[in-house]
Design a protein around this ligand. Structure first.
Ligand SMILES: *[C@@H]1O[C@H](CO)[C@@H](O)[C@H](O)[C@H]1NC(C)=O
Ligand SMILES: *[C@@H]1O[C@H](CO)[C@@H](O)[C@H](O)[C@H]1NC(C)=O
Ligand SMILES: *[C@@H]1O[C@H](CO)[C@@H](O)[C@H](O)[C@H]1NC(C)=O
Ligand SMILES: *[C@@H]1O[C@H](CO)[C@@H](O)[C@H](O)[C@H]1NC(C)=O
Ligand SMILES: *[C@@H]1O[C@H](CO)[C@@H](O)[C@H](O)[C@H]1NC(C)=O
Length: 382
């Protein structure tokens, strides 16, 4: 019965030229972001002389069921009045608030509910990355997904990379074509004007083959007075990280593969007259190191320690030498003095020779140590 009457009434509304009719007007559809607040703007009219006795908003989730009357509270608020405004405010929107809403009112004479309803769509905001694990060079598409776009006084989408917002876009996607390793990061997006409601972040991983592969050379700390072993280290930047190393030695045009597939190649007989190089592998690809072998920085500190040792040895040698000369002179003086007196020793010559031998041996030792240090220095240096 009532529906038909209402329908007729609404037809009358469209014919209504005087502002004296039964009518409720709202926007047909409203879109809002999950978590935000929204107003459902609404106005109503009725013939003059009537007094409003009741107003009511109801919600229809399922058209086959009877609409549910809304109860006002903290999150559902009536922002209208008892005359012409029937705006409804909904706060802290959830997806379950998506429904058709309608307003009805009563006067002392009759109750009126318009034929139309306002459809509220609550959308969440998501950032989608396709593919989320990419190989450098591939195209990657980053999409800001909303099921509807809320009305705002500004348009545009904001993408965030590692929490920094990228230049504003008027479309809801970004093409990374081709993707580079610099594009890897954590992405999010938001609607301009609704930046407070950001999509949950998604991560873009960009894999790339080994690059900047170099060989660094360093020597073990045993260098001084010992045989030095050489450590070659293969450094490479790769994602995923390098999982296999192959070491090569080149002698002329002959290239041979060395034992061991580790990052470090340690050998005491490495002569850098040969060309050593490494090949770094990950699941994306492989790269050979450049020909230049970089001296490790720890080398210079080693060099300093070698220089210090050499300096100490030199000083030591000079001291021993000086001591020897002084001692000799002193010995001669005491010899001369003792010649004037009675001889203390049975055979003074024997005594002198013994002393001299000791000094000579000491001197030789120092020179030997000094020479060894010098050799080590020369070896390290070249
Ligand atoms: C509702 O409709 C009016 C008139 O067409 C428009 O000005 C207003 O922006 C709309 N509001 C929303 C939230 O869509
Ligand atoms: C509208 O009228 C009803 C009943 O007279 C009253 O309870 C209510 O507070 C009024 N609402 C507004 C917004 O004036
Ligand atoms: C957009 O609307 C908001 C209220 O919703 C207002 O505070 C803001 O100043 C407006 N911005 C512009 C650029 O008009
Ligand atoms: C390099 O190869 C030549 C022969 O081709 C060989 O005589 C020489 O010993 C090799 N050098 C090293 C350091 O292996
Ligand atoms: C690296 O060098 C070796 C020996 O010359 C060669 O067999 C290999 O293909 C090279 N690898 C790459 C990735 O170029």
């Amino acid at each position: 019965c009532c529906l038909n009457i209402n329908y007729l009434q609404s037809l009358l509304v469209s014919l209504c030229l005087l502002d004296n009719c039964w009518d409720v007007r709202y926007n047909k559809t409203i879109c809002a972001i999950e978590g935000s607040s929204v107003d459902l703007p609404c106005t109503y009219t009725y013939p003059s002389g009537q007094t409003i006795t009741q107003t009511l908003w109801s919600k229809t989730v399922d058209p086959s069921r009877t609409p549910k009357d809304l109860e006002y509270g903290d999150v559902v608020q009536y922002h209208g009045d008892n005359e012409t405004d029937c705006t409804l405010r909904l706060k802290e929107l959830r997806k379950s608030d998506s429904a058709k809403y309608s307003f009805s009112f009563k006067t002392q004479q009759m109750s009126y509910s318009g034929p139309f309803k306002v459809t509220l769509s609550v959308t969440d905001i998501q950032v989608m990355i396709n593919p989320s694990v990419a190989t450098e060079g591939e195209p990657v598409w980053i999409y800001c997904k909303v099921s509807c776009i809320p009305k705002r006084n500004s348009t545009g989408f904001i993408f965030y990379k590692d929490n920094v917002h990228l230049p504003l876009l008027d479309k809801r996607w970004m093409d990374l074509k081709p993707v580079s390793s610099d594009d890897a990061g954590i992405y999010s997006c938001a609607l301009l004007g609704l930046e407070h409601y950001r999509a949950l972040a998604a991560t873009l991983i960009v894999n790339y083959p080994p690059r900047s592969t170099t060989v660094k050379v360093s020597r073990s700390q045993k260098t001084v007075l010992g045989s030095s072993s050489v450590i070659l280290t293969c450094d490479s930047d790769a994602n995923p990280p390098v999982d296999k190393y192959i070491w090569y030695k080149r002698n002329g045009s002959a290239v041979s593969v060395l034992q061991g597939e580790t990052k470090r190649y340690i050998n005491s007989v490495v002569s850098l007259k040969n060309q050593y190089f490494c090949e770094a592998h990950n699941k994306i690809g492989a790269q050979n190191s450049t020909w230049d072998i970089v001296e490790d920085v720890t080398q210079s500190s080693l060099m300093i320690s070698v220089l210090v040792v050499v300096a100490v040895l030199t000083t030591g040698t000079l001291l021993v030498f000086g001591y020897y000369i002084l001692k000799r002179r002193h010995h001669r003086e005491s010899q001369l003095r003792s010649e004037s007196r009675e001889n203390i020793y049975a055979d003074p010559d024997e005594y002198v020779n013994l002393q001299e031998d000791t000094y000579t041996a000491l001197l030789c030792d120092s020179i030997l140590i000094y020479a060894t240090g010098l050799c080590t220095l020369v070896e390290v240096w070249f």
